[in-house]
Design a protein around this ligand. Structure first.
Ligand SMILES: NC(=O)c1ccc[n+]([C@@H]2O[C@H](COP(=O)([O-])OP(=O)(O)OC[C@H]3O[C@@H](n4cnc5c(N)ncnc54)[C@H](OP(=O)(O)O)[C@@H]3O)[C@@H](O)[C@H]2O)c1
Length: 274
C-alpha cells in the first residue's frame, strides 16, 4: 500500500519509534493521526509534519491506551476527521524492568500488560470492523526481541510482547481473507526514551553492543516499508536472528549463559545477604 493520502493511526507518537514512524508517514504524504498522553509533544510533531509540504494532514488525539474509552474516542475522532482507517501502527508501550518480586503489582505489572498487550488488542478490536468494511488495511504491531526471547528482569515486558506476538500471528490468519495484512516488527535495542522508564540499572553493565543498536528512524522506516510490503515478521537488526533460533533449539545453552553471566553476578549481593 502506498501511504500517500492513506489514513494512518500511530499510537505512542509523542516520542521514540512512534514519533519517527509518524514523521516518515508524513514525509510520504499520509493523513496521520497521532495518539499518546503527552499532547504538547504530539502537537510539536504535528507542526513538523505539516511543514514538510508533502500534502500530509495531521490530527492529534490525547489517548491513554490503557483506557477503553480513550481508544474508542481515538477511532471515532479518526473516522470523523478522515472517514476511513487504512493503516494502524500499534506502537505505544513501555518496560518496567526489575526482578519480579520488586515490581509493583499495579503500577508495574498490570500497567505494562494494560498498555503493551491490552492496548494493542483493544485498539485493533475497535479498528477491525472499519477495515473489514473497507475490505482492506494494514496492521503493524510493535513487538520486540523480548517477544521471542525471555531474559531476566524482562518477565512482565516479555509476557506482554509474547502476548503481542501470539495475538498478531493468530489475527494475521484470521483477517487475511478481508484483505487485511498483519505485520510484526521485532527490534532489539533502540535509542529512545524507553530506558529512562525502565528502572533497573545493570550491575554487569550488560547492554546491547553499539553496532546492534538501532535509531528510532531505522525502525520507523521498517514500519513504513511494512505498510508498503507487509510481512509476518521482521527482526531488526537481522543479526539477532541466530539468537532467536538458538533460544528455540538449544534453549539450555541460552539458560546457562544468561544465568551464569548475568543473573548470578547481578544478584550476588542479595544471595550473600540470605
Ligand atoms: N527502545 C527499545 O529498545 C525498544 C525495543 C523493542 C521494542 N520497543 C517497543 O517500541 C515501542 C515504542 O517504544 P520507544 O522505544 O519508542 O519508547 P518511548 O520513546 O518511551 O515511547 C513510548 C511511547 O509510548 C507511549 N505510551 C506509553 N504509555 C502509554 C499510554 N498509557 N497511553 C498512550 N501512549 C503511551 C508514550 O507516549 P506518552 O508517554 O506521551 O503517553 C510514547 O509515545 C514500545 O512498544 C516498546 O516496547 C522498544
Amino acid at each position: 500500500m502506498d501511504p500517500k493520502d492513506k489514513v494512518v493511526i500511530v499510537t505512542g507518537a509523542s516520542s521514540g519509534i512512534g514519533e519517527a514512524t509518524a514523521r516518515q508517514f508524513g514525509r510520504a504524504g499520509a493523513k496521520v493521526v497521532l495518539a499518546a498522553r503527552r499532547v504538547d509533544k504530539l502537537q510539536t510533531v504535528a507542526q513538523e509534519i505539516e511543514a514538510f509540504g508533502t500534502g500530509a494532514e495531521v490530527h492529534v488525539v490525547a489517548a491513554d491506551l490503557s483506557k477503553l474509552e480513550d481508544i474508542q474516542s481515538l477511532v471515532a475522532q479518526t473516522l470523523a476527521k478522515f472517514g476511513r482507517i487504512d493503516i494502524l501502527v500499534n506502537n505505544a508501550g513501555f518496560g518496567r524492568l526489575d526482578w519480579l518480586e520488586n515490581l509493583d503489582p499495579i503500577k508495574d505489572i498490570a500497567a505494562q500488560i494494560d498498555v503493551n498487550l491490552m492496548g494493542v488488542i483493544q485498539t485493533t478490536r475497535q479498528v477491525l470492523p472499519v477495515m473489514i468494511k473497507q475490505r482492506g488495511g494494514a496492521i503493524i504491531n510493535m513487538c520486540s526481541m523480548a517477544g521471542l526471547v525471555g531474559t531476566p528482569t524482562y518477565t512482565i515486558y516479555a509476557a506482554s510482547k509474547h502476548g503481542v506476538h501470539g495475538f498478531s500471528e493468530a489475527l494475521r490468519r484470521e483477517v487475511k481473507p478481508w484483505g487485511i495484512d498483519v505485520s510484526m516488527v521485532y527490534p532489539g535495542g533502540v535509542k529512545t526514551e524507553f530506558s529512562s522508564h525502565a528502572g533497573i540499572k545493570r550491575k554487569t553493565n550488560a547492554k546491547t553492543p553499539n553496532f546492534m543498536l538501532l535509531t528510532a528512524d531505522q525502525v520507523g522506516s521498517a514500519v513504513v516499508a511494512l505498510a508498503r510490503h507487509p510481512r509476518a515478521m521482521w527482526i531488526l537488526p537481522w543479526l539477532w536472528t541466530p539468537g532467536v533460533w538458538m533460544n528455540r533449539f538449544v534453549n539450555w545453552l541460552v539458560d546457562y549463559t544468561t544465568i551464569t553471566r548475568f543473573t548470578i553476578p547481578e544478584r550476588e549481593d542479595e544471595l550473600k545477604a540470605k
